[in-house]
Design a protein around this ligand. Structure first.
Ligand code: AMP
Length: 272
C-alpha cells in the first residue's frame, strides 16, 4: 500500500482515501463518489478496528461481508481496497496511541471511553500507510469528524478532510452498517432518533431557546418507542462540543440510543 501510494505521488496523482469498517451502504458509497471526484487514485480501506471497541461492545457482532463490499467498490470505480488485519496494524508489542484531550470528553466518548483513542490511532496509522492528499468522512459520526479535523490540525497532517452529509433511508433512518442487526420492530424504534431531531428542529423554529425543554421532549418521544434505551441526548457547540443551555446560534443536537442491543447515533445542525 505504501509503495503504491509513493508511486502515485511520484507520478503527480492525487490520492483520495475513504476509511471504513466495511459492510458498505449508500452512505459509504456517497463518500466514495466524493473521493472519486477529488482523487486520481481512490483508496478504500476496510478494517473493523478492535482498539475503538470497548470490552463489552459489539466487535464480534459487527457485520462483515467482504465479497459484497469488493463488488460495490468496483462499481464505484475504487482503485485499491486496502484490507489490513489486526496483526498487520497492531503488532505484539504495540504501545503507541493518539489521544485528544478535550473533544472525547463529550457525547459518545463518555459511554465509550476508549473509542476515540482507537479512532485517532487507527486513522493516523491509515493516513501514514495510504498517504492520501484528501480523506472523506461522514457527518453522521459528527464527533469522529471533529476529532479527526482537530487531530489533523494539531499534528500537522498534510491532508484535506472532507465531510459528507448523512445519507438516510427513505423514511429518515440514518444509514448504518449496524441497522442490519435490527429486527423489523426494532427498526421502527430506530426511526425515533430522526423523528426526535425533526421535532427539535420544529421546536426551535417556533422560538424555543431552552435546550433542556427540547431535550426533554425528544427524550419523551424516543421513550414512547419499544426497546429504546437513551445513552445521551445533547445540544452542543458544533466546534467544542460543549453543552449549550440557551440556543442563540447554530448548535448540533446529537444523540445515541440503544435499540435492544444495537446502539444507533444521529445528529442534526439546528439554527434558531
Ligand atoms: P463506518 O464504516 O461506519 O466506520 O463508517 C465509515 C465512514 O462512513 C465514516 O466516515 C462514517 O461517518 C461514514 N458514514 C457512515 N454512515 C454514513 C451515512 N449514513 N451517511 C454518510 N456517511 C456515513
Amino acid at each position: 500500500m505504501k509503495a503504491r501510494s509513493d508511486r502515485m505521488r511520484r507520478m503527480g496523482n492525487t490520492v483520495a482515501f475513504v476509511p471504513t469498517m466495511g459492510f458498505l451502504h449508500e452512505g459509504h458509497l456517497k463518500l466514495l463518489k466524493e473521493g472519486r471526484k477529488r482523487g486520481d487514485d481512490l483508496v478504500l480501506s476496510i478494517f473493523v478496528n478492535p482498539t475503538q471497541f470497548g470490552p463489552n461492545e459489539d466487535l464480534d457482532a459487527y457485520p462483515r461481508n467482504l465479497e459484497r463490499d469488493l463488488a460495490l467498490a468496483e462499481k464505484e470505480g475504487v482503485d485499491v481496497v486496502f484490507t489490513p488485519d489486526k496483526q498487520m496494524l497492531y503488532g505484539e508489542r504495540f504501545q503507541t496511541y493518539v489521544q485528544l484531550e478535550h473533544l472525547p470528553n463529550h457525547l459518545c466518548g463518555i459511554s465509550r471511553p476508549v473509542h476515540f483513542r482507537g479512532v485517532a490511532t487507527v486513522v493516523t496509522k491509515l493516513f501514514n500507510i495510504v498517504k492520501p492528499h484528501v480523506a472523506v468522512f461522514g457527518e453522521k459520526d459528527f464527533q469522529q469528524l471533529a476529532v479527526i479535523r482537530q487531530m489533523v490540525r494539531d499534528l500537522d497532517f498534510d491532508i484535506e478532510i472532507v465531510g459528507i452529509p448523512t445519507v438516510r433511508e427513505y423514511d429518515g433512518l440514518a444509514m448504518s452498517s449496524r441497522n442490519t442487526n435490527l429486527s423489523p420492530e426494532q427498526r421502527t424504534s430506530g426511526l425515533s432518533l430522526h423523528k426526535s431531531l425533526l421535532q427539535s428542529f420544529e421546536h426551535i423554529q417556533r422560538g424555543e431557546k431552552k435546550s433542556s425543554a427540547i431535550i426533554d421532549a425528544a427524550s419523551e418521544l424516543i421513550q414512547s418507542f419499544p426497546e429504546t434505551q437513551i445513552d445521551y441526548i445533547t445540544i452542543c457547540d458544533p466546534d467544542t462540543l460543549d453543552d449549550v443551555d440557551i440556543i442563540d446560534g447554530p448548535v448540533v443536537m446529537a444523540l445515541a440510543v440503544k435499540i435492544g442491543k444495537t446502539r444507533l447515533i444521529d445528529n442534526m445542525i439546528l439554527k434558531p
